[in-house]
Ligand binder design. Structure first.
Ligand SMILES: Cc1cc2nc3c(=O)[nH]c(=O)nc-3n(C[C@H](O)[C@H](O)[C@H](O)COP(=O)(O)O)c2cc1C
Length: 209
């Protein structure tokens, strides 16, 4: 486990809604409950890392989202490997194929209609480094089809992203790497033992500095 400088080991929690409001500057938004264990850590350090799990990690995801780091060691229980970030002091989860290193840019708190403080805040992180396992890259570009991220759904369920159904070419011409069928086939191949593959192969691949 990679400890934070002079502090307790970094903790893991689950984010239900991840926003990407802006590409330049590259921003990600999360909404942590004010006061929870991870919230205190994040605000003290001023940094966080977003790790994207694969569908095979759904049980670990559930565990990290239903237990508190104040009482359990989620790294140990889930068998996760911490690796040092390139820019931030918070460790990345090596088993997750995509990781975003973020520095907290802004924190917004809100008031309920009855005037009391809202339970969650909107935390905006500036992405300072992106990592993606090479198994999820095609021609150097990240293919979400090969990650198949987990989505929070309702009522109280999780889904996966599913295959690509079209391409947005409004800004620049895309080099469509392959047809959807080929991506789906590759995703199946990627899923087989992805966590083992990630452990064995050099990691992470840098896709942006
Ligand atoms: C699918 C899922 C999504 C979640 N989304 C959020 C969220 O957006 N914000 C939040 O504060 N907690 C969310 N949680 C709950 C936290 O992950 C949970 O309270 C966690 O145990 C907190 O860990 P900690 O006490 O170690 O900080 C979510 C849990 C799950 C399972």
């Amino acid at each position: 486990m990679t400890p934070l400088p002079g502090e307790k080991p970094a903790n893991i929690w689950v984010v239900g809604v991840l926003g990407g409001p802006c590409d330049d500057p590259p921003l990600l938004t999360i909404s942590p409950r004010i006061g929870m264990y991870s919230y205190k850590q994040m605000t003290e350090v001023g940094q966080f890392v977003v790790n994207i799990p694969t569908p095979q990690m759904v049980r670990e995801m559930e565990y990290c989202g239903t237990h508190t780091g104040a009482e359990v060691d989620k790294w140990q229980t889930c068998g996760f490997t911490p690796i040092a970030g390139k820019v931030v002091d918070v460790p990345l989860i090596a088993e997750c194929p995509v990781n975003f290193e973020c520095v907290i840019e802004r924190q917004l708190q809100f008031t309920r209609s009855d005037g009391t403080p809202g339970e969650h805040e909107l935390m905006i992180g500036r992405v300072v480094q992106v990592h993606a396992h090479e198994r999820c890259l095609v021609n150097g570009e990240l293919q979400w089809d090969l990650v198949d991220a987990i989505y929070r759904s309702r009522p109280r369920s999780w889904r996966t992203m599913g295959p690509v159904i079209g391409f947005d070419e409004r800004k620049t011409k895309l080099s469509k790497p392959q047809e959807a069928a080929e991506l789906i086939a590759r995703r199946v191949e990627t899923f087989e033992g992805l966590a083992d593959v990630i452990r064995e192969m050099p990691y992470p691949t840098q896709i942006r500095r």
